[in-house]
Structures are given as structure tokens and as C-alpha cells.
Ligand binder design. Structure first.
Ligand SMILES: *Cc1c(COP(=O)(O)O)cnc(C)c1O
Length: 412
């Protein structure tokens, strides 16, 4: 294709195929979508109980509500100070308070000193997030939670299929979460999956009727239209359209605790079931793209790729980069955005003004603040081709790092 056509890479895109949507429609007709998805998730992740919700945050809110019924005297949930704004939205939706712990800006792992300081007799649950598909090793955190009588929620919304040792992300806590939203490992436009091996939590889930109500035909038809639109619009040749419509709010981080708990409709369960069959291939492709990007960036001065923890197998939902000097020299070229090179969450959670009334205490979160200010992430999804990778690498080669260094050499 020649000429200045508007190729624009979405920062994250999980491919939806016509076959996925056809599977969704079949599930809608047969009413077997949720059951089939449940069996496959149980099999693939080796868990006893699987529940669905209309979104990841609804699944998270439902999990916390279930925990609260088992531990009504505790009302505080500890979150990493750097994560998706969906996470605090879910805590507040569940009527709970938010405590924060810091994360390492080097490894993205929980800062255990900060976490231990935040734990107290009111802590209902600690949420750990495997950001960008980099698995955390949760054994020490699990032990800490056990000692303090708090639940551990393994938020694998960005890490479906990732592994730490022999453990799969999503199965390392008392409950686990996957998201089927459009920027995740696989998508059904939206959706949340909760896993647990605990009978008491499963029972508490079963007592939430909103999660099991059949969904109306109008909602399903709307979801079908959304799925079709998403399939078309995430293509690099079409993405400029949704990206240029500000009211769609694409790529924006919003704190919004005001949502309803609803079931996952059969259509989206069917789409998710079909997409799940491709999870391993999609993750393998992301790993290859991440490895090629990483190799291209090797030796580019002034930056480093965040390294996964030893013994873990990441799924690289995105490839996170940090500037060595603390800030990007001269800023990053605006054309980088059209290549899907974007900042991550723009604020550490303690800086979200709408969340302030729900915070139990505020400390210093230097790791989270540094990540919010400086982390850049590169796309790894299936629309990223060789030319894109070379163009992305060039963005970083063109940063004025070397020139600064040579000026210093001249001065010396
Ligand atoms: C996406 C995400 C969720 C859930 O978000 P939904 O968009 O509601 O599906 C939860 N935690 C993390 C870390 C996420 O990235």
C-alpha cells in the first residue's frame, strides 16, 4: 500500500476474529456459552470454581464483596499504588476502603516493607497485579497475608497464561481475576472471570443473584454490535477513527466506582470461549514481538526494558521501558504515539482526587510515582509488524542521549 494512509497502531489490541463472533452467536442461540467457558477455564487453570461478571472490575468487586461476607469486621483493601484505575474503582464499588502499598520501579513487584507497614487488623484483602503480563512471585506475599488473616487476590487481568515457577497467574491467591476487556490477553469486548479453590468464597459468590441473572436481548444485541465494531476498528488502518473521537475515551484512565454488577451474557461467554483456544498462540506471538523489540533496543543508550523476575514466564501484554536518568531526555517524539508507544497509568493512585475520600491513609510511594511519571510501554499485539518494530526502535535511537554524553566528553 502506498501513499500517506493513516496507519496507526492501537497501544493494545486483542484480536477478535469473525470465528469468535460466530461462536458467540452460536452460544447466544444455544445458551451453552457460559457453561462451556467455565469448563475450559477450570481445565486450563486447574481450579475448582469459576464465576463470571460483565467486566473485570465487576468481577473484582464481587470477589471483595464475597470476602466481606466471610469477614464482615474488615473493610480495607490494600492495592499497589501503581495499577489500573479499574482496581480502586472496584474496591470503592464494593463499599470498601483503599489502603496503598508501594511497588518497585525496577521490577514492578510489591515493596514488601511498604506492604507490611500497610497491613493491619482491618485489612480484608491484598490485591497483587501482574502488570503488563510480568508475573509476580507471590509466595512471600501469600505467607504475609496468612499471618495477618487477610485474603490475597491474584489480579491477572493482564497476565492470562503467564507463569511463576509452576504456578499460573490468577491461581496464586484465595481468588484470581482475568479480564476479557479489549486491551487484555484475549477479549470478548468486556468480561470478567473469577477463579477460586475456596469453597467458602464460592458459596458467597453463589449468593449474589446479580451475577447469574439472564441478560436481555437488547443488551446482547448491543454487545454484538460492539464486538463487530471492535473487530474492524482495532485494525491499524482503521484505528485513527476511534482514536480521534475524544468521547470514546480510548486509552484514558478513569476512576469510576459507579457501575453495576451484572452477569456475562452468553454471546460474550461464547466469544471468550473461542478466543481462549488461541490464548497460547497469542501469548507466544507477543513473546516473539517483545523479544524482537528487546533485541532492537539492546545497546540503545539512556533506557532499559523492565526485566521479568527470575523463574517467571511473562506474556508481555506490553513491553515496559524506563529512562535510565529518571526522565526521558528531550521527551519522546509525538509520532511515537501513532506507533502505539504510550505512557502507562498517568497517576499513582494516591494522586487520584476522586479516590481521596476512600483512602485510609496516605504515605509516600516513590516507586509508584516514578512509574506513573516515566514508564513508557510498547505494543506487542498481532498488528505490530517488522516495520513497526524498526520504527519504534528508531524513536529511541533518536533520543538526544548520545549528544548530551558527547557534550560532556568535550567539556572534560
Ligand atoms: C483491566 C484490569 C482490570 C479489570 O478491568 P476491566 O476493564 O473492568 O475488565 C483489573 N485489574 C487490572 C490490573 C487491569 O489491568
Amino acid at each position: 500500500m502506498s501513499g500517506p494512509y493513516l496507519r496507526m497502531l492501537p497501544p493494545s489490541a486483542s484480536p477478535l476474529r469473525p470465528a469468535d463472533i460466530a461462536a458467540g452467536i452460536r452460544a447466544w442461540m444455544s445458551g451453552q456459552g457460559a457453561q462451556s467457558l467455565r469448563c475450559e477455564v477450570k481445565r486450563k487453570f486447574g481450579v475448582r470454581h469459576v464465576f463470571f461478571a460483565t467486566s473485570g472490575r465487576a468481577g473484582l468487586s464481587a470477589s471483595l464483596r464475597a470476602m466481606r461476607t466471610l469477614c464482615p469486621q474488615r473493610d480495607e483493601v490494600l492495592l499497589p499504588a501503581f495499577t489500573s484505575f479499574s482496581v480502586p474503582s472496584a474496591v470503592v464499588n464494593a463499599g470498601l476502603k483503599v489502603g496503598l502499598y508501594d511497588v518497585s520501579s525496577r521490577t514492578l513487584a510489591p515493596d514488601m516493607v511498604s506492604l507490611e507497614k500497610a497491613l493491619n487488623s482491618k485489612t480484608l484483602c491484598v490485591v497483587a497485579c501482574h502488570l503488563f503480563g510480568y508475573p509476580l512471585v507471590l509466595e512471600p506475599l501469600r505467607e504475609l497475608c496468612r499471618v495477618h488473616g487477610a485474603f490475597l487476590l491474584d489480579d491477572a487481568a493482564q497476565a492470562m497464561g503467564a507463569r511463576a515457577g509452576t504456578e499460573l497467574a490468577g491461581t496464586m491467591g484465595d481468588a484470581g481475576l482475568f479480564s476479557l476487556s479489549r486491551g487484555k490477553n484475549i477479549t470478548a469486548v468486556d468480561g470478567g472471570i473469577v477463579l477460586t479453590d475456596r469453597e467458602d468464597l464460592a458459596e458467597a459468590f453463589g449468593a449474589m443473584p446479580a451475577l447469574f441473572a439472564a441478560s436481555g436481548r437488547i443488551r446482547t444485541a448491543r454487545n454484538l454490535a460492539l464486538a463487530l465494531a471492535l473487530m474492524v476498528m482495532l485494525h491499524p488502518r482503521a484505528y485513527w477513527l476511534p482514536a480521534s473521537l475524544p468521547f470514546l475515551g480510548i486509552g484514558r484512565s478513569v476512576f469510576d466506582p459507579d457501575f453495576r454488577l451484572e452477569s456475562l451474557d452468553e454471546l460474550r461467554a461464547g466469544i471468550g470461549r473461542s478466543a481462549l483456544d488461541r490464548l497460547d498462540d497469542l501469548n507466544a506471538a507477543r513473546r516473539r514481538t517483545a523479544a524482537t523489540l528487546h533485541a532492537g533496543l539492546q545497546g540503545v543508550p539512556g533506557m532499559r526494558v523492565v526485566q521479568p523476575a527470575a523463574g517467571t514466564v511473562p506474556v508481555y501484554l506490553r513491553l515496559p521501558l524506563l529512562p535510565l536518568s529518571g526522565v526521558w531526555p528531550g521527551g519522546v517524539a509525538p509520532q511515537a504515539q501513532a506507533l502505539g508507544v504510550v505512557r502507562s497509568y498517568p497517576l499513582a493512585l494516591h494522586r487520584i482526587s476522586g479516590l481521596a475520600p476512600f483512602l485510609t491513609s496516605v504515605g509516600d510511594y516513590p516507586g509508584a510515582s516514578l512509574l506513573a511519571a516515566n514508564l513508557l510501554t510498547l505494543p506487542t499485539h498481532g498488528h505490530v509488524h517488522g516495520d513497526d518494530i524498526r520504527a519504534i526502535v528508531r524513536v529511541f535511537q533518536d533520543l538526544p542521549v548520545k549528544r548530551c554524553a558527547s557534550v560532556k566528553e568535550v567539556a572534560a
